[in-house]
Every structure is written in C-alpha cells, then in structure tokens.
Design a protein. Sequence first.
Length: 512
Amino acid sequence: MQSHWIHLAVFLLVLALEILTVLHILLTMRDDSERASLWLILVILLPAFGMLLYLVAGISRLNTFGRRISHSVDRFLQERADAEHNSLRNYREVMMQFIKSPDPGSGTMDFAAALTRLQKRNNDFFQQENTSDDNPVPPLGAVALTGNLIELFCDGTDAYPAMLDSIRSARKSINLQSFIFADDQVGKTILGALRERAEAGVQVNILFDRFGSLKSCWFLLRCRSGNLPNFKIRPFSHTSLLTPWRIQLRNHRKLLIVDGVTAFTGGLNISQENIRTADHLGIHDFHCRVHGPIVGELQYSFLCDWLYASKSPPDHLFLREYFPLPERCGNDTVRLIASGHGYFFEGTESVFYTAASTAKKSLWIVTPYFVPTHAFSKALRMAAARGVDVRIIIPAINNHWYVKMASSSFYGPLLADGVRIFERSEVFSHAKAMLVDDQWSFLGSSNCDVRSFRLNFELDLLTESGDFPAVLRKQLQAELRKSVEVLPEVFSRRSLFRKLAESVCALMSPVL
C-alpha cells in the first residue's frame, strides 16, 4: 500500500512540473511559435526527458541573464560617453573625421541604408540617457567608419602565424577573445606567446566562452594563476549543475586586438583543428586582419564583454593605451555588427533579412550551418523570384551530421524557387560570409541559423565600400569552383530513409 502512495506522489510531482514547464514555454515563447511547438511536443510526449532537455537547452534566460548583460552594456555605454568627453576626448575628436556621412538619398532602399534604420531603432539605441545633446556618442557599431584596411586569411595555417607575429610585437596591450580556446599545440603556443608578453609588461586580457571551451576550461583557468597581475583570463559566463540553461547565451565572438591598432576577427577559433598537416586537411575558415579606425570599435566590443565577465571597474577600461589616435590605413568603409542581448539585439537576423529584402542583383552566402527560420527561407525564395542570383554554399562534410540533415530539409522549396545551393567538398568548411550585389560584404562569426539569429553573441564586419568586397567575391568564386551544385532532379531522388531522417532533424532546427 505504501508503494502506491509513493507512486502517486511521484506522478503528481511530475505532473505539476510538467504543467509548470508548459506554462513557462507558453509565457516565454509567445513570439516564436515554431520553437514553442517543438518544446511542447517534447514535454507532453516525453515528460521526464523533455523537461530535462528543456532545462538544459530550452531556457534562454533572456529575461534574467540577458537582462544583466543588457544592464552591463548600458553601464559601459554611459562610461564610454563620459570617457570620450574627458580622458578620451582627443580620440573621439579624431574619430569623428572617419564617420561616414549619412546618405542624402535616405529614401532609397539599399542594404546599408535599410540596415542603418534598423540599428537606429533597435533596443532604443538612440533613446538611452548615456549621451549629451551637444556632443552625442553613438552606441556600439551604430556608425560606418572610413579609412580601414581589411586583409582576408583562409584557414589557421595562414592566420595563426600572422596573429603570433602581432602578439610578439605587442608593446602595451593584447585583448583576445575566442569561443573555443583549445588545450592543444596551437592553443599552448598562443598562450605561451601571450604569457611572454605579459612577463615583458604588456597588459594581456583573455576572454573565452565556457561552453565552447568546455574541454579546456580547467586548463585555461589554471593558466591564470601565478604572479602576473597583468595576465588575466576570464570565462564570459559562469555555468554549473544548478544553472545549465546558461549555455544558451553563448559568446561566439572571435577577436584579437594588439596595441589598439591591429585586430584579427572572423570565424577562426584557437585550435589545432584549423591547421593543415601531412595527415590532416584541417578545417577551412575565413579570418581577417584589420587596420584603421574600426579597430577602436572592435576594442570597445571586447571591453564591453570584459566589463561583464571580469566585473572590472570601468575606469580601468577606458585607457589611452587601448585607444591610440586612429589613422587612415585604407579605403574600406566598415560598420561593426555586434549582435546579442544588450547590443544589436537579433542583429545577425536583421542583417540577413535586410540582405534578402534589398538585394537587387546577387546574394551569395557561405555558412557551415544552414538552419534558417522558415520565414528567412521564404525571404530567400522571394529574392530569387525577383531575379536575384541567390547562392548558398554549404559544406558537403559537416562536423554535426544532424545539422547536415536539418539543412537538407530546407533544400526542396529553395531549389524549386530558383535558389542555387552548392556543397563544398574536400574538407569541413567553417567559413561564414555574405556578399550582396558585389558591393557589401559581411564576414565574421555569424552562422545562418537560429542560434546566431537569436541567441548567440556574434561579431561581424559589414564592409560598405572599398576593396574588400571584390576580394571576398574572388574568394567566393574559388569556393564555388570547389563545390558541387545540388540539382533539383538529383536531390528529389534521395531515399525514403534519408527524407525521414531529414524531417526528424528538422524538428530540432529551432535549437540547433
């Protein structure tokens, strides 16, 4: 008899937890019906498993964790405004010379103009009380800056030596941020070079994502010990068994800034996997080296994340050594897209949607993970219907088979409406970039998937004019030569088992 009461108590407890979970889904996902439907099905049909999975992967914490980050960003912008009117006044006065003037044809619907309007309206950017009326300081990434030089690297085999050269030449400061910072030869070599510069008196700050660097987390945290107060390593977010949901808001940015004058950013993590060797082809990726005024905005992006992760006093961040007076280095006009809660909220999604909506001639996208929302998939199809040359380059070999399956589930309608899809062969391609009308390029850490659209903190560079769009076009043409086009008649002949596997994986697309 006693066992019956125990069973009843367990049943009632599970039922109560299930009802609470369903209510939480309904209240927090009102604007995302696809994602809500997925979680409701899992929680109702598989109560124990569904609730556990929802606890770990379903709760995004935008209303708690995200709010704290947002408050930290607001505080940073306030301190930035104060610094640029006081200790960094000369820096700001010089920087104003590089701000691109608004396009007088503001009524036109081109990519840059439309995106500018979205940024200005996003998250009350220009309604915050962190600027003065007579000398306003625009929020992070809200302006396009002229006078930059962007150089493209493909793969870590080319990028890491250039990064190490810059690190070893540092005289004042090094700020490094990576989603994955592996405990392997590349990671140890870069970490060793950073420690050497710290021993020489250079201020070194390292920021990593605890989820992305899970395998090497303890290695990195151990390395911060020692008698070097100017050598600091911090995780962006703190997770534990009691807060598993924090893995949802991942800091996916990759950034290295040396002495405030040279920056490296893109999709490249710190890992041996990105190196070509005799027995390993490596992971293919895009990264770039940047010189010019935009480096200051990249510095602000890092310091804003560092303020949240390290809880450092703001007056320790706005130092002249971090912000040397900007100089003209090239003719690329660049805008920083720092997306995420508190920044340009859902900024990656805004960029991709704006591209699909405004492209007149061509829209080329290369991405390792193509798991778009159904709405964005339809936007691509509408662009192709307008006569836009829409091309999607996706790796034929993917490091996550289920993502590959989910991607394929989107092919049919896209191919039917004229979108061309290419699968890059040879190696897994982690490259992420977009080219719009051969005029605007977008390159950085953002994937074309729901996670980058709505959850991750991403960092990308949008080049509005200059030499770099032509450089990127040439590289994308090389990617196409190494790719095989997916033809509708061939795709339609895949097996029934493959179609079923794609459909099952597609159900998980809102959380992949």
